[in-house]
Design a protein around this ligand. Sequence first.
Ligand SMILES: Nc1ncnc2c1ncn2[C@@H]1O[C@H](COP(=O)(O)OP(=O)(O)OP(=O)(O)O)[C@@H](O)[C@H]1O
Ligand code: SF4
Ligand SMILES: [Mg+2]
Length: 330
Amino acid sequence: MNTNETPLLQVKNLRVEFPTRRGTLLALDDISFDIAAGEILGVVGESGAGKSLTGAAIIGLLEPPGRVAAGEIRLDGRRIDNLPYEEMRKVRGRQIGAIFQDPLTSLNPLYTVGRQLVETILTHLPMSPAQARQRAIQLLKDTGIPAAEQRIDHYPHQFSGGMRQRVVIALALAAEPKLIVADEPTTALDVSIQAQIIALLKRLCKEKGAAVMLVTHDMGVIAETCDRVAVMYAGRIVEIGPVQDVIHAPAHPYTVGLMGSIPSMDEDRDRLTQIDGAMPRLTAIPKGCAFNPRCPQAFDRCRIERPELMDAGRTRAACWLHSPQERRAA
Ligand SMILES: Nc1ncnc2c1ncn2[C@@H]1O[C@H](COP(=O)(O)OP(=O)(O)OP(=O)(O)O)[C@@H](O)[C@H]1O
Ligand code: SF4
Ligand SMILES: [Mg+2]
């Protein structure tokens, strides 16, 4: 039912809460974004911003007591945030592939990688065991695993970290999912192979027309891989837009700080500028704009009223500097 007008993934006004004895923690507040088929959306932001929770909510794996308290998530037009557990498990296996930081969390150490691939394929695609094995070998080849015909019968511990993450990518793609959620897929890997893995992920997803949500701390990866970027701060999206605009002409002061703090390949690490202060805890989110205590451009309104995302040149930013009134005054 996916038409050009319906993005593959639609997240609308998503709110995630953790009920605690001392009250309810609001961990994700009014998150909205879309990803089109074949598009890669990068998600960045400091530790604790809510990147992983957003991914977990989409794949239906929020850890209790965390729960989706409001909003909706649609895949190909169909609501998936309120499905019964078994239904969602099927969606997750068939339509959504997940890739996490540590490949071992996705692989069963007791089974050969071939068995895991073949089982996934047989569960979700109409194939014979022999066809599934052929497909598994092809997937391993596609992900750049040498001697795939032999390696298919090896166990996860017989692979290096980088090779293991290739296996996880093969597994995530095994059922031809429409959406891939990749949460820091290369953070645990050797720097020298990170770029290869990201390039592989990008190539395979573009080839297969899968939509991708890619969480990463690596701005170089974002620049080379993503079509658009969402910047998160304290449980909200503070800026979202085309990758080149967010990187080279950020509209939100937090994004400006974040871009300033990314060492680029050809620069020295000591030229790195940090944003002063720390992101607030969920229990102490400031009134008004959550970034106001750290913002070099904060003014009165920022301490009282919370800005929603608004048009800010080529991106959208949740910042009063871009409200029509402020622009008139400037
Ligand atoms: N089970 C939980 N109970 C209470 N709060 C939680 C729970 N899980 C996550 N949080 C809180 O939700 C917020 C967002 O966490 P999340 O894991 O999404 O951050 P992140 O952006 O992925 O950070 P990182 O870059 O460190 O991975 C954090 O403040 C975290 O403390
Ligand atoms: S709304 Fe105000 S405090 Fe928040 S980022 Fe914009 S200028 Fe800074
Ligand atoms: Mg995380």
